[in-house]
Design a protein around this ligand. Structure first.
Ligand code: GLU
Length: 433
């Protein structure tokens, strides 16, 4: 069988990570089986499905590297087909008209459930059953003549030849109805796989209140698309061993619906942040440099031609791409800000300015202002003065960068160069001393 999966979102301008995880699982399954991954835009809610909302959706797919096979199907173009199918169901006796509410506002079309107990095999949850008594007939065309989600969704899955419907388990109840629709329409019933939801630490559905929940939030915070892909793929699925960082190829190779866990998956933002740091660390240095240059240029900072040493120093300690600019700005401008708290705590303290005066002397005496010589000189001073690193280093760091923390101090000073370091320490003493 040629697998055909699809992502069928209703665009709203925000793409929730739960929906995107469904898209990722559909994509992985299609790629794993050598099938096709399709997009259907369920845009019948014209208030919310604006062109911008659709653009946001397509950009999110692109950012995560979820390439689509074939042209997307827009549900709004399919209304006639949906209504024709409803007519067909009427003719065949699977549906009837009713003036719901009896208000004379026109008749809707109602699908007649077969009146038998139903069951289906879910690829993740196993066999699911529902007694006939719990399944009521339902509206497929409203009295205003517009088709309802159920008929549109099923008809379009038939139109797109979908073989596997992989979606959130909030749709399990719908699936019983949908199977009855497929059967009444004489269409083959696809396989279904319902993904358990993403939950917060309290076991409740993960939402905006728990932290970032929309793809755009993660993008603007400085996560990489590859990180989010990897993290969401492993949220509820595991390759059967303890691998956590996997390439796309490895995930495609290992993915299987039957290995998706049937219990809810807990969102862990700390782990996601850790993973992003791992992805950034694993980037080729030139790719990281290009990314850093892009961020800096967007912030209006020109790092000049010689910034590679700065980027090399920053790469291993960067967890979010959005952190790059604030962390490196001091390398490229004299106009950096002093962290107020750090100034209070570490600079305006007994002895800090004397220490800085001594450091000026020591640095002046260094002929070769390189990481190793600076490091050695600082160690010697710490030893001779008996002051300890925790007392000596912070004032220097604050003086040259304005920040309480940052990359290793000796290489930072070496990159800045002797003249700049001395000038900055002197200026700091003048300003605060
Ligand atoms: N538009 C529906 C949703 O986003 C489609 C669900 C589906 O069949 O995948 O919930």
């Amino acid at each position: 069988m040629n697998t055909r999966t699809r992502f069928a979102p209703s665009p709203t301008g925000h793409v929730h990570i739960g929906n995107m995880r469904a898209a990722i699982f559909n994509w992985l399954y299609a790629r794993h089986t050598g099938g096709k991954f399709l997009l259907r835009v369920e845009d019948t809610d014209i208030e919310r499905s604006t062109p911008e909302a659709i653009k946001t959706l397509l950009e999110a797919l692109d950012w995560l590297g979820l390439d689509i096979d074939e042209e997307p199907l827009y549900q709004t173009t399919r209304m006639e087909a949906h209504l024709a199918a409803a007519e067909q169901l009427l003719v065949a006796g699977h549906a009837y008209r009713e003036d719901k509410g009896g208000l004379g506002q026109g008749e809707c079309i109602i699908f007649k459930m077969p009146g038998i107990d139903m069951e289906f095999h879910d690829e993740i949850k196993g066999t699911l059953r529902k007694p006939a008594a719990d399944m009521a007939d339902f509206v497929i065309v409203r009295s205003n003549g517009t088709p309802v989600f159920h008929i549109a969704n099923v008809l379009d899955d038939i139109e797109q030849g979908v073989t596997h419907v992989i979606r959130g388990d909030d749709h399990v109840e719908n699936t019983f109805r949908h199977i009855a629709l497929y059967q009444a329409l004489g269409a083959p019933v696809p396989k279904f796989a319902h993904l358990p939801m993403i939950i917060n630490a309290q076991g409740k559905p993960y939402s905006k209140r728990d932290g970032d929940a929309f793809i755009g939030d993660f993008q603007s915070k400085g996560f990489l698309g590859d990180t989010l892909f990897n993290y969401l793929a492993l949220l509820g699925w595991s390759p059967g061993d303890d691998r956590e960082i996997m390439t796309r190829e490895e995930m495609i190779e290992a993915f299987d619906l039957s290995a998706v866990r049937s219990s809810p998956a807990q969102m862990d933002l700390r782990k996601l942040l850790w993973m992003n740091g791992e992805y950034i660390r694993a980037m080729k240095p030139e790719d990281f440099a290009a990314l850093a240059r892009k961020e800096l240029s967007a912030a209006g900072i020109d790092p000049g031609l010689d910034a590679e040493a700065v980027f090399a120093l920053m790469q291993p300690r960067t967890k979010l791409t959005a952190d790059i600019v604030p962390a490196v700005t001091f390398f490229f401008t004299e106009d950096y800000e002093y962290d107020e708290k750090a100034v209070q705590k570490k600079l305006l303290k007994d002895g800090a300015f004397q220490t800085l005066e001594k450091i000026i002397e020591i640095f002046q005496g260094l002929e070769n202002f390189a990481t190793e010589t600076i490091d050695k000189a600082l160690h010697e001073f710490v030893e001779q003065s008996g002051l300890g690193f925790g007392v000596v280093m912070p004032p220097i760091r604050i003086a040259v960068s304005g920040q309480p923390s940052g990359p290793d101090l000796a290489p930072t000073l070496a990159i800045l160069g002797k003249d700049t370091v001395l000038a900055r320490i002197r200026r700091t003493i003048e300003q605060f001393g």
